[in-house]
Design a protein around this ligand. Sequence first.
Ligand SMILES: Cc1cc2nc3c(=O)[nH]c(=O)nc-3n(C[C@H](O)[C@H](O)[C@H](O)COP(=O)(O)OP(=O)(O)OC[C@H]3O[C@@H](n4cnc5c(N)ncnc54)[C@H](O)[C@@H]3O)c2cc1C
Length: 501
Amino acid sequence: MDKSVYDTIIIGSGISGMAAGIILAKQGERTLVLEQHSSAGGMTQTFSRKGKIFPTGVHRLGSLNPGQPLWYYFRYLDIMDKLDLVKLSRDCFEKIYFPGKNYKIPTGHDNFRHRLIKYFPDQEKSITRYFFDLKHVISNIGMYNPSIIPEKDLSLQYTGPLEDYLKSIGVSGRLKSLLISNSPLYGVSSKECPLLTHFIVTDSYLNSSFRINELNTPFSDTLAKSFKSKGGKIYLNSHVKKLIINNKTVTGVILKNNEKLFSKKVVFSGHPSLILDICPPEHFRPVFRNRLNQGNSPGIFGVALKWKKNTCPLEKNDVYIYDSWDVNYQYVRGSILMGDPLGMVYLSALPDKDKSDKNFAVTALTGISNKETSVLKKYYKESKNDKYKTAKNKITQKILNHIKQVYPDLFENIEVADTYSPMTFQRYTLTKNGSAYGIQKTAQRFLEGMFHPATKIKNLFLTGQSIGFNGIHGAIVSSVNLCQLLYGKEYLTNKIVNKQN
Ligand SMILES: Cc1cc2nc3c(=O)[nH]c(=O)nc-3n(C[C@H](O)[C@H](O)[C@H](O)COP(=O)(O)OP(=O)(O)OC[C@H]3O[C@@H](n4cnc5c(N)ncnc54)[C@H](O)[C@@H]3O)c2cc1C
């Protein structure tokens, strides 16, 4: 390995680490990414089973049409024109099943508003208000859309509970269930979800929704290529076990094999609580340590399904199957291992080589509470091949039976290609408890869940989905925030918006 001093060492090769790497390399920095796993990408990785490719943590991306929020960031990372993107159906990018009724969500705010009014004519006033507020909030917050620089950033005024907001504008009953049915995308119930989070995610996918054709252009490879083309280096199997700190200033890292690497600054992009394992915790105040160890969002259990040729009923949309109108049930259920119903299963399909609608590799996902993960963890420790495997099979069967409510001939047409639990995510990305979205941002403790990129240790910075908002968009914004701190907000925003290197 190269023994010279890097400008920046970035720990972690997920989207946030790679985004920070690309931006810093673009500024001419000698940048090294260290990844503990044997392949790069963190949650952007895919896996191949039974001749199909399945994503792990990227099923859908929003706002990638020219001039839309994520498009600016992808363009600046030099990946926009390198990705083969599949646009989801304009008429229905999400199909939501409730008992006895299903709804199709179209792309476009006005389209969705008109359709909602058609579905719920008696709640037209509340629907109109919802879209008015959505637009107002989105156009008055910074960073989500880099081309919008509001006179006064209103982000912090809209962090109250989504539930209270919906009540205040008169949304109730089935309309409420439908509006909050996308909550699995941020992993928190409407009682705890900050309104801002809901509006950002809803806006992003209403603008436009895409999948990456991972067969033609794997996301993790595309990011790595962009980074390497700017001189960046990635070392795999390089688990950072300690930071080298002198006089409260970080000067490098020590790998598990005791190798030392030196740099002027270090960026940590894993779950932020892991920094307590790699540097002496006394560097941080107890309050900060508590914030790092606060509640995480739930984990996710996944079933990779291979549908027999030409039988897959999914089209170019994602599907949510709810077994009751109580969308929040999934966040409060007792335990699915003890027999409780799942509440919700989310289905997402990747196109096959011919991009036809009928040969999809489908991922079925359901949330797993932290309590359920603890049980799985215990089983894994006690007997991986017996207790843990049995529990996984039990959850898989529950997921399949849940899906069968909507697709009755499921069992004749599918093969289970693989299954994964929060434990799998923990193994591959080290994320705490296999949490899907990291530290949870609740309305009740919003600011405690948001972190500044700079730390008390000089030249040590944080980035990643736990630092700001989750998701690919949120993780990129956390890295842009960090680079703005280093290079200036106006300087970098100008480059991103006006596409300058
Ligand atoms: C099932 C699932 C589905 C999802 N679907 C979507 C979706 O459709 N759209 C969307 O926008 N978002 C989605 N998300 C969320 C999205 O994947 C994440 O928000 C995002 O990928 C997180 O990126 P990150 O860089 O913060 O973390 P990670 O991808 O976890 O990267 C952190 C990296 O740091 C490495 N690391 C940690 N500690 C060390 C160490 N000490 N030494 C070396 N390396 C280390 C880890 O191995 C890992 O590679 C999904 C998440 C899940 C779990």
